[in-house]
Ligand binder design. Structure first.
Ligand code: NAP
Length: 279
């Protein structure tokens, strides 16, 4: 078997086109503010990519880059200011923040209605109660991609590897809400291979290059690769696509899988926040 590609690039382009068509008719435009503290090069790349994507679909966006030495109180004051602006409908704090800033306090200072990353406690609470408001972009993108390819999730044994607040936990919750039967694994999980080999759907969000090999995957499984790592100047995922493609029925590529879906979902969440603001 050679796995079919779940083409996040293609699907995200379709989503972006439809967002662009909708936003063209809006006046005023939706607005999104990015906040980056420090100079983490990966963060700079991600913020620039999302900023460019906003411009392409017609979302007004601005980037606030603060020095590494920024005090928490200064960051909270900026967020407070963005919360009160009528032209800003979404606020996205790029993680990670420097260690002297409490990330939970920073995320919780965002007005939940403008929390387009869905990471503040109010939105996390809503999500886990099964009545989501703004859903974190990466897990939302995974669900959207599976739905685009009409993959039935009901009753499917789903194994999620990684339990971060950003990806692992919310995707496990969303898959549960889609009636999948979910096992959430992490670095202390024992006999990982025995667990993954039972997965109809395997979602890996670890950040360990190519660590899922073909012998860890059930024949015909659907394999979602969230991981992004740099290996010998190449961007690779958690999945060893060479061996896994022979076993799986569907696989997401890296790059071109969950990455572009995540960006599309940030844009969609901004439009969603805008609509709620104006309703
Ligand atoms: P994270 O916060 O570092 O979490 C990694 C998770 O992997 C942790 O729960 C950790 O377990 C688990 N883990 C580590 N080694 C393991 C092992 N050997 N076996 C099983 N589990 C293991 O990372 P994250 O923010 O969720 O991101 C994960 C990856 O996804 C990264 O490569 C990141 O760059 C990528 N990412 C991509 C996108 C995208 O748009 N495509 C978006 C977000 C993140 P413990 O909890 O026990 O430590």
């Amino acid at each position: 078997m050679t796995a079919k590609i779940l083409d996040g690039k293609l699907v995200s382009q379709e989503i972006r086109k439809s967002l662009e068509d909708e936003i063209r008719k809006l006046d005023p435009k939706p607005g999104l503010a990015f906040v980056q503290v420090g100079e983490n090069p990966a963060s700079t790349i991600y913020v620039n990519l999302k900023h460019k994507a906003c411009q392409q679909v017609g979302i007004y966006s601005e980037i606030h880059r603060l020095p590494e030495s920024t005090e928490e109180i200064e960051l909270l004051s900026l967020i407070n200011n963005l919360n009160s602006r009528q032209d800003i409908h979404g606020i996205l704090i790029q993680l990670p923040l420097p260690s002297h800033i409490n990330s939970y306090r920073a995320l919780d200072s965002i007005n939940p209605l403008k929390d387009v990353d869905g990471l503040n406690s109010v939105n996390v609470g809503y999500l886990h109660q099964g009545r989501p408001n703004l859903i974190p972009a990466t897990p939302k993108g995974i669900i959207r991609l599976l739905s685009y390819y009409e993959i039935d999730l009901e009753g499917k044994n789903t194994v999620v590897i990684g339990r971060s607040n950003l990806v692992g936990r919310p995707i496990a919750e969303l898959m549960t809400q889609k009636n999948a039967t979910v096992t959430l694994c992490h670095s202390r999980s024992k006999s990982l291979k025995d667990i993954t080999r039972n997965a109809d759907i395997l979602i890996s969000a670890v950040g360990n290059p190519r660590f899922i090999k073909g012998d860890m995957v059930k024949q015909g499984a659907i394999v979602i690769d969230v991981g992004i790592s740099k290996l010998e100047d190449k961007i690779v995922g958690d999945i060893d696509s060479e061996t896994v493609s022979e076993i799986a029925s569907y696989i997401t590529p890296v790059p071109g899988g969950i990455g572009p879906m995540t960006i599309a979902m940030v844009l969609e969440n901004t439009l969603e926040a805008y609509k709620k603001f104006n309703s």
